[in-house]
Design a protein around this ligand. Structure first.
Ligand code: ATP
Length: 513
């Protein structure tokens, strides 16, 4: 079993070697926290987008799409609170000169207590076997209770300090807990300071304060400012949602861990507009729908958990993350926030325009409340890649590296392989390929022995390989090999389309939602 760091390194190496993700501008030694998606990476990304978009927009009559611009009027960011409050508390280590987010240092410290609790629960399970009552154990075991109490204490102190904007108290907490620089062990910290994460640039040729604009730090505001445009032009009735996929930019203090934290990344966000007072019910509904969406992907149910926010953002009255077990541990994959009427009310105030909905049933107009689901596409990509990456020892003592990507998301769905590059086999293989490629992304490969070609397809996660041999010319049949089981079956050429369709179609996933 690989250690988490080794595993991440292997995934990064594999992603580069097989055309999934490259460091950005690598010939100039790269740019920190910026990455480019290669041929298979961009296919996988597109498939993930499609799964999200279809699940949100196509399957929900009450949700429509939007593609708003990255540049927005600067007042947008004043109204949204980002100019004043989109800050992270940063702290530097004086010895190592490394910069950290103070909240992340504290979160990571708390995680150690969480791990202790989970260890005790696992021990309990082992000891008591079938009689184990986990709920009761968590509520009564002295070790668990002690560690839980510690977590609550630290969280409360941190939350209070942040709410009071008392950065001195945050530093004192870090010192009292004895938190050290994770890389060097030094505890020689600077004061904690706030750092605004928005990238600023200038519009047009005139420099100066009046022309300053921002690269959007989230896609959500494009949805809010278009709320009435969309509602009116598509005749939507509350409750309804607007979904959008697009780039967002944040000048992250520390951007490490590959595509997990980047300065330019992609979000898939949906804002659901509801009647005030119903937002917490909708919040629960969206929590359920989103976790179901994740679980349907088949990456393993135990890889997900909810984490309720302690420090609520300036706009939220309830918030949680769906965390995923990445190689570096459980981390945020998606945020679900009940944003109240903060954004629309604030845009009303700053723009002087009414952003209200007239409820034809209740004959009243109001500023809707909003429940948001926001997932990072790049993090989802990493979740898929890291669970898919598998090194296997085979029965004949050879090894293979295979990406067990869910079939419907695989970048290439079918590889068509003539056993040899002569005797008319390539012609038949090309014929099969030209039929299949109307429905799927396919690959034709005639170079090297068949074993090597299978390995190449395993490494990019192709679910099916179709081998055309001399018999095929006579019996109109081919061998179809499935990636995970490596099972091979002889099937008629006419049936390939249906066999493949059934297994790789997004419909299979969508119909389970
Ligand atoms: P974090 O606490 O990890 O910084 P966040 O709570 O600030 O994330 P949100 O503002 O809720 O993140 O953004 C929604 C989603 O966008 C996150 O769940 C995550 O998947 C993604 N995301 C946020 N920041 C980044 C980033 N720097 N790189 C890649 N994805 C990101």
């Amino acid at each position: 079993m690989s250690q988490p760091d080794d595993l991440l390194k292997k995934i990064i190496g594999h992603a580069k070697e097989y055309g999934f993700v490259y460091p950005s501008s690598e010939i100039y030694d790269g740019l920190s926290a910026a990455y480019d998606y290669g041929p298979y990476g961009s296919e996988l990304k597109n498939n993930l987008k499609r799964y999200w978009w279809d699940a949100m927009v196509r399957l929900h009559e009450e949700i429509v799409g939007l593609d708003s611009s990255i540049f927005m009027h600067p007042t947008t960011w004043k109204a949204s609170g980002h100019v004043d409050a989109f800050n992270d508390p940063l702290i530097d280590n004086k010895d190592s000169k490394k910069r950290y987010r103070a909240d992340v240092l504290i979160e990571d410290y708390i995680e150690k207590y969480r791990l202790k609790i989970e260890k005790d629960v696992t021990k309990g399970k082992k000891r008591f076997g079938e009689d184990f009552d986990e709920e009761q154990f968590r509520a009564t075991n002295p070790n668990v209770l002690r560690n839980q109490k510690k977590i609550v204490e630290i969280n409360t102190r941190f939350k209070e300090a942040m709410a009071a904007e008392n950065l001195g108290a945050v530093k004192r907490l870090i010192e009292e807990l004895g938190i050290a620089d994770p890389e060097t062990g030094s505890k020689n910290w600077t004061d904690v300071r706030q750092f605004n994460l928005m990238f600023k640039t200038e519009l047009g040729s005139v420099a100066g304060d009046g022309s300053a604009i921002y690269l959007r730090p989230e896609t959500a505001q494009g949805i809010f400012v278009n709320f009435l445009n969309v509602q009116k032009s598509s005749r939507m009735k509350i409750p309804f949602g607007i979904a959008q996929i697009g780039k967002a930019f944040r000048n992250e203090i520390i951007a490490r861990q590959f595509i997990f934290r980047m300065r330019e990344f992609e979000q898939m966000e949906m804002q659901f507009f509801v009647k005030p007072g119903t937002e917490l019910d909708w919040y629960e509904t969206w929590k359920e729908r989103r976790i179901q969406w994740h679980k349907t992907l088949g990456l393993g149910e135990s890889n997900y958990r909810f984490h309720n926010h302690v420090k609520l953002a300036h706009y939220a009255n309830a918030a949680c993350d769906i965390e995923f077990k990445f190689p570096m541990g459980f981390k945020e994959l998606e945020g679900i926030h009940s944003r109240t009427d903060f954004d629309l009310a604030s845009h009303e105030e700053h723009s002087g325009k009414k952003l209200r909905y007239f409820d034809p049933q209740d004959k009243e107009s109001y500023v809707p409340y909003v429940v948001e689901t926001s997932i990072g596409l790049d993090r989802l990509f990493l979740a898929v890649l890291s669970t898919a990456y598998t090194e296997e020892k085979l029965e004949d003592d050879t090894e293979r590296t295979v990406l067990n990507i869910p079939h419907a998301l695989a970048p290439v769905k079918v590889a068509v392989l003539p056993l040899v590059k002569k005797d008319g086999l390539p012609v038949l293989a090309r014929e099969i390929m030209s039929r299949l490629k109307l429905d799927h992304n396919c690959q034709y490969d005639e170079k090297d022995g068949i074993g090597k070609r299978y390995r190449r397809q395993d490494a990019i996660g192709t679910p099916f390989c179709i081998t055309v041999d001399h018999e095929s010319l006579k019996d109109n049949c081919v061998t179809i090999r499935e990636r995970d089981s490596m099972a091979q079956e002889r099937v008629s050429i006419d049936s390939i389309g249906e066999i493949v369709n059934q297994k790789v179609s997004l419909k299979t996933l969508l119909s389970q939602l």
